[in-house]
Design a protein around this ligand. Structure first.
Ligand SMILES: Cc1ncc(COP(=O)(O)O)c(C=O)c1O
Length: 352
């Protein structure tokens, strides 16, 4: 039995009629690029997360760029962040000419270690950019320094901090039919600036007073996402059920541990920890089960981070362990019970 890592086809076929009519609405009105037409999705998204504002943008990466730009971050500023994340988190900092300061992560949640963050603060620190990895919200607070939450992997976690960014990459908890992202904030002035930045710097009075870009979400994507949001609670519930199933399957096994999760974990990924990570991946592949290594290389070791004066704070020893011992196994709401059992059996054979 083949178990792919994600199966978007199955998700779409379960709601094909709804999606077809939503897309037809957009084709019929023909306003494919329109800030006004994004509002119904933005309103729904803001309410869902308990935020005053949601700003729909072109991707999770652009959500980060717009957020950091809105805070005026640039050359000479330090942004504290995690070395153990997708490269996009770092890219946003580096693109603005700011300096990334990589701080170690917590060995249980794999999110930034708050104590280390506080120790790494200097007079140049302008912001902490923290990531809710794998679906576990990151609850960092940093002694008055603004915090931006990269929740690309933890859609549904309540909005906190100055801004929260989301990604609607197709395999995320809420996925678009292409790229998409959003920013949540409670700050009226910041929201206004973010709206300006995503639309070439254009203000509500039509002035181009600040330098922006084209970071708008397409109306087609917003419409698809608006419809898909009606299903997202049941999907998160099913994701949590599957995670509990895996927890139970792993409990009697030695040399492997299940992820420890808070009640707010949205289970974007299910990531097991074992010193035999690479052998396990091969074993699963032989049983036709796809798995992914998130992330085999720490950001500061990537070529793109070796220029620009970015710094490492401390040893990053927990991040090094994470890069060697974690493996993500298939987790999506449409997995069947037979497929789950197949994964559980393969884990059991390997570790018994
Ligand atoms: C932690 C993190 N941040 C940012 C991004 C970038 O999002 P996007 O692919 O929508 O640009 C991702 C995407 O996978 C991510 O996992």
């Amino acid at each position: 039995m083949e178990v792919p890592f994600a199966n978007i086809e199955r998700e779409v076929s379960s709601m094909r009629d709804v999606i077809d009519s939503a897309i037809k609405v957009v084709i019929d009105h023909g306003q494919f690029v329109s800030i006004a037409k994004l509002v119904p999705f933005e309103t729904k998204l803001a309410e869902y997360h308990g935020a005053r504002h949601a700003i729909a943008v072109s991707s999770g990466t652009d959500a980060l760029v717009v957020s950091l730009t809105s805070l005026g971050i640039g050359p000479g500023d330090e942004v504290i962040t995690t070395p153990f994340t997708f490269v996009a988190t770092f890219e946003a900092i580096a693109r603005l000419g700011a300096t990334a300061v990589f701080v170690d992560i917590d060995p249980v949640t794999w999110n930034l270690d708050e104590r280390e963050v506080k120790r790494a603060i200097t007079h140049k620190t302008k912001c902490v950019l923290t990531v809710g990895l794998f679906g576990e919200p990151s609850l960092v607070s940093a002694a008055g320094i603004p915090v931006i939450f990269d929740n690309a992997q933890s859609f549904g976690a309540k909005h906190a901090g100055l801004a929260t960014t989301l990604s609607f990459f197709p395999s995320k908890v809420l996925g678009a039919f292409g790229d998409g992202g959003a920013i949540l904030t409670n700050e009226d002035e910041l929201a206004e600036k973010m709206r300006q930045l995503r639309q070439h710097g254009r203000s509500s009075s039509g002035e181009f007073s600040i330098l922006g870009g084209n970071f708008r979400m397409d109306v087609l994507q917003a419409k698809v996402l608006e419809e898909k949001m009606n299903f997202v609670d049941q999907w998160i519930l099913r994701r949590r059920e599957i995670a509990s199933f895996y927890d139970t399957a792993l409990a009697p096994l030695a040399n492997v541990s299940a992820p420890k999760r808070s009640n707010d974990h949205v289970c974007n990924y299910y990531v097991v920890r074992t010193k035999q990570r690479d052998d396990l991946k091969v074993h699963l592949a032989k049983a036709s089960i796809d798995s992914r290594i998130y992330y085999p290389q720490l950001i500061p070791n990537m070529g793109c981070a070796m220029v620009g004066g970015h710094r490492v704070f401390g040893e990053l020893s927990n991040a090094v362990v994470a890069s060697k011992e974690l493996l993500a196994i298939p987790l999506y709401p449409q997995l069947t019970d037979a497929e789950l059992q197949h994964v559980a059996d393969a884990l059991s054979t390997f570790f018994s």
